[in-house]
Every structure is written in C-alpha cells, then in structure tokens.
Design a binder for this molecule. Structure first.
Ligand code: NAD
Length: 324
C-alpha cells in the first residue's frame, strides 16, 4: 500500500471528523492498523455507527458522537491532537440544491469551527476534504489546480469556501492546512442505501438484488473514479508534506476517466447479470466530464496512487458481495 511507508513518531494522535462515514471509517481503520491513537468525531447524520463498530473495542480508538457545528465540541475533541483529518460534511450535489442553508451551516460553519479549534489547540496540521466539484463549469480537461470555473451547486460552494478558509488559516494564523479535492471516491463501506448514494454502490446493490438501476442523463458522463486506498495515501502523505505544500488544495484522483454506462456494463459482467438500466432526466448541478491532472499532488505531496480503477472495482465488488 502506498501509505505503508509513511512514518510518524510513536504516540502521534489523529482526530478524524466524519469517522463513521465512508472515507472517515477507512481512515480510522488504516491509522489503527499503523498503530496510532485515533479519536473519531461524527454526528451520525449520514454516517453509521456500524462503520466503526469493529474498532470500538480497540483501546487506541475513542469515538465521540458530536457535531462540528458546535465550536465547544470541536475544541475539546481537538485537544492533544497532532493531525486532524477533516472529513465531516454533507455530500450530495442534488441535496444541497434542495437545502442550501443546511449546507452553509454544516459544511462552511462546521469547517471553520474545526480550523478555529485546531488553531486554539496548536494542532500541527489540518488535512481536509475538498471536492472536484470546485471546478464547476470549467471546460478544461483534465482538471488542473488554478483553472476553476463557476461553481454549480451549494455543495461546491461550501467546498470552495472551505479552501479559502484553509488558505487564510495557513497564512494568517500559521495553522497548516491542506485541502484534498477528491474525485468520486469508491470502496468498502460506501453507503448504497440513501437516495443520495454514489453511483458505484447504487449500481452494485441494484444488480446484486436483481433490480433495474436508474442512470440520470445519457450515461455518457464520465468521472475519475478513485479507489479509497489512494485517498488514504493522500491524507497521510499530506500530513507529512513540506510546509511549502500547505495553504493549497490538490487533486486527489487516479488520473483516468470512465463513463457511467461503461461502469454499469463492467459491473454487469463481473456480477454476471443481464439487466438493462433505465435512463432518467439529467440532474441539475452535475458536471458532464471530470478527470484530474494529479501532477501537483505527485510533486508536492509525493502522492503516487497505486490502485487503478479496475483493481479497486474488483476489491469493492468483493466486499459488497460479502457485506450487503
Ligand atoms: P459520508 O457521508 O459517508 O461521511 C461524512 C461523515 O460526516 C458522515 O459520517 C456524517 O455523519 C458526518 N457528518 C456530517 N456532518 C457532520 C457534522 N455536522 N458533525 C459531525 N459529523 C458530521 O461521506 P464520504 O463520502 O465519506 O465523504 C467524506 C468527505 O469527503 C466529505 O467532506 C465529502 O464532501 C468529501 N468528498 C467525498 C467524495 C466521495 O466521492 N465520496 C468526493 C468528494 C469529496
């Protein structure tokens, strides 16, 4: 694994916000495997306690049910912490279009609280989840840092504001912050059950249950699907990157592109199903194509993703077959 050789001194402590979510719980697992002390914070809004159940008996893991919208919670959970891996946020572009003020409160105020608490507690570094959605309507492909367009949803706006806060806290208060612009992450424990679930878990669940999934649009929209292990590598390497790398945000992806329809038929083949999908209307706020240039993360974070799309997909299918 790309992060196995990333070393931290003994006794290093991490706070993972959004610990009961998909990415957060995978980070918790990786950090515990490496022998570190981990505190997890989550309000269980979209995350599930089930995702961290197997770690609760580990004495190096402490789970706190709490909300990043509350500054006091952020303050006490970041006491005696070296690194914060901040994942807590509401995802979903369509939901943000329905409930913009909830996103403002949760993702913008919540992230500002996490950074403020980190500053007060002299946390070494905050590595936080941003998103490829900050590229908005920029037609450039592959997406490259510095060439962002207009954001297309309240969700994307919250991530853009998070990045501005990250830059400001680095420059004004010397709190080192690094933003990771994730591109469509997938892997074990990603929730297939919500109306806002991501496509891969949704397709896999439908197919395993012999149901017909709906593809919004013509299915030709493409994404840079990124396996979770690559995202773990990026987080750990961002903690260790040089000071020059702080105050900035980086594309975290594999650097390739697959269309939804391609993925759908790939999954049908792997799961040995012969079900034609239904097509629904295009969704507002969706980007047509997304594909990352990852040179900046390679150079400044030493990020070298090891899992390509197909390797990641095989591991993910395997997990769902045993866990759905
Ligand atoms: P997720 O919904 O599985 O995890 C988010 C977690 O944050 C959930 O457990 C939720 O309960 C928690 N949370 C939300 N609001 C909170 C609050 N106010 N206080 C405490 N906890 C709160 O989503 P995920 O896919 O694991 O995403 C993690 C992060 O990565 C998010 O910031 C998301 O915007 C970002 N991101 C994810 C993807 C992706 O493809 N999964 C892509 C781009 C960016």
């Amino acid at each position: 694994m790309g992060y196995e050789k990333v070393e931290f001194p003994e006794g290093t402590t991490f706070l993972v916000t959004g610990a009961a979510g998909f990415i957060g719980s995978n980070l918790v697992e990786a950090l515990l495997k490496k022998g570190f002390k981990v505190r997890g914070l989550d309000n269980l809004s979209t995350g599930r306690i089930q995702n961290v159940k197997e770690f609760l008996s580990d004495e190096r893991f402490e789970f706190i049910e709490g909300d990043i919208r509350d500054i006091e919670t952020c303050k006490y959970t970041s006491e005696n912490i070296d690194y914060i891996l901040h994942q807590a946020a509401l995802g979903s572009v369509p939901r943000s279009i329905k409930e913009p003020l909830l996103y403002e409160e949760n993702n913008i105020k919540g992230t500002a609280n996490v950074m403020e608490a980190a500053k007060i507690n002299n946390v070494k570094r905050v590595v936080y989840a941003s998103s490829s959605s900050v590229y908005g309507d920029s037609p450039t492909l592959p997406k490259i840092e510095g060439d962002e367009g207009n954001v297309l949803s309240p969700y994307a706006l919250t991530k853009k504001v998070n990045e501005l806060y990250g830059k400001l806290y680095t420059e004004l208060y010397e709190l080192e912050c690094i933003g990771l612009r994730y591109f469509n992450v997938f892997g074990k424990r990603q929730d297939p059950n919500s109306q806002y679930s991501a496509v891969i878990p949704k397709f896999v669940k439908s197919l395993i249950n012999n149901k017909t999934p709906i593809i919004y649009g013509d299915g030709k929209q493409s994404r840079d699907f990124t396996y979770i292990e690559n995202v773990i590598e990026a987080n750990l390497k961002a903690c260790k990157a040089s000071k020059e790398a702080t105050g900035l945000s980086y594309n975290i992806a594999f650097g390739s592109r697959n269309s939804l329809i391609e993925i759908y038929y790939e999954l049908c083949e792997k799961l040995e199903k012969n079900i034609e999908p239904e097509f629904g209307p295009e969704r507002a706020g969706d980007i047509k194509h997304s594909n990352a240039n990852i040179d900046e993360a390679k150079t400044l974070l030493d990020y070298n993703p090891e899992y390509n799309f197909i390797d990641g997909l095989n591991l993910t299918i395997n997990w769902y077959e045993n866990n759905l």
